[in-house]
Write a protein that binds this ligand. Structure first.
Ligand code: ASP
Length: 359
């Protein structure tokens, strides 16, 4: 009898420890994956990225601490990233071969599997908010181009001139990429500031303007994404990007595609991806990770590693993901040398990383 009592009380203790260990809320952020090595980042650049990740994670955490929803936390965090020229989303987005900034974003609510996405928009300051409006205020999931802009005008979304997104270093990145491909360089966009030799900003370019071996477009980075768990136990995911430098023919990557760049379900997890979008689409990366958690009972980290380190790597794709589960587990996995990232949860300290060997 006493033995049974002991076993029971040990079991109760173990359960309550597990319950205590489960954070009420959690949030993970990424600012893109790619070739990001210590030798490529100057100390002030590294500092700027670490500070940006910290600021963005704290902004999302503040929303969650106040009892705000995962969707609100994601939107607040991604607004900061979209406004920050360090990242390839909103202001600071890369250019198409025609010299435009065509922006893509998506968001998904794990509590009801509602989702919204927009692609190829050029006048919406915060594409993530357009994606959310598509989810909440339209009967659709995915709007593109002019139609998406027409819908945006019916919503209280901030519209800007396309030149708002212009940054000199992204323009110079386009020039280099088009020359590399032997394609003509378009005229500077209307409204862009006059050409300037001053690219001494803190952003980390594909080649940093220094290293020719890093000119490969596949070594890009800067897409942004956030996944969150709120105090109600709901998970959500959001992703926003300018896509890839010199993209042509209306190319759209994985970021606005539900199941590829973004997925969320309270039955499994929430995922946001970054990397060579074509591979992420073919592997439906975000949904695949959640499916492994839901149907195979894999841990979040094991599922993310399976899909990124094995499946994506086998296909010779590159990039990474961040993920959060309703039980508060957080994970990231990437097969590039770096990924700008941060995670924070109720009762757990903020962790910021850039390189592979960061914690
Ligand atoms: N996944 C994005 C795209 O293919 C790019 C990136 O994450 O760097 O459009």
């Amino acid at each position: 009898m006493r033995a049974i009592g002991l076993v029971l009380s040990v079991a109760v203790m173990a359960m309550s420890t597990a319950a205590e260990a489960r954070p009420k809320w959690a949030l993970v952020v990424h600012g893109g994956a790619g070739v990001i090595e210590r030798k490529d980042l100057k100390p002030e650049q590294e500092k700027a990225y670490r500070e940006a990740m910290t600021r963005v994670a704290n902004a999302g955490a503040d929303v969650l601490k106040r009892g705000g929803s995962a969707l609100d936390a994601i939107e607040a965090s991604i607004h900061l990233l979209e406004d920050d020229p360090l990242f390839n989303a909103g202001r600071g987005a890369v250019f198409t071969a025609e010299g435009k900034n065509e922006l893509d974003a998506s968001i998904m609510d794990g509590s009801n599997l509602k989702a919204g996405a927009a692609a190829g928009v050029t006048t919406i300051r915060h594409p993530i908010s357009l994606a959310r409006a598509v989810m909440e205020k339209s009967p659709h999931v995915f709007l593109i181009g002019e139609g998406a802009e027409t819908f945006a005008k019916t919503q209280s979304l901030e519209l800007v001139d396309p030149s708002f997104f212009f940054t000199e270093r992204r323009w110079q990145g386009l020039e280099r990429e088009l020359k590399r491909q032997g394609l003509p360089v378009p005229a500077r966009p209307a409204g862009a500031p006059k050409a300037s030799a001053d690219t001494a900003d803190l952003a980390h370019d594909e080649d940093g303007g220094r290293n020719a071996s890093l000119l490969d477009v596949n070594k890009k980075f800067g897409t942004v994404g956030v996944v969150a768990l709120d105090a109600k136990g709901n998970v959500a995911a959001g992703t926003s990007t300018g896509g890839t430098t010199g993209k042509r023919w209306g190319r759209v990557g994985d970021a606005p595609i539900i199941g590829a760049g973004t997925y969320a379900s309270n039955r499994s997890c929430a995922v946001s991806a970054t990397g060579t979008g074509e591979y992420f689409i073919r592997l439906t990366i975000a949904r695949e990770i959640c499916a492994l958690v839901e149907h195979k009972g894999m841990s979040l980290q094991a599922a993310a590693d399976q899909v990124i380190q094995k499946d994506l790597t086998a296909l010779k794709g590159d990039g990474g993901v961040i993920a959060v589960a309703p039980n508060g587990d957080m994970a990231w996995s990437f097969n590039t040398s770096g990924m700008y990232r941060a995670k924070v949860a109720d009762g757990q300290p903020l962790v910021v990383g850039i390189y592979k060997d960061d914690p």
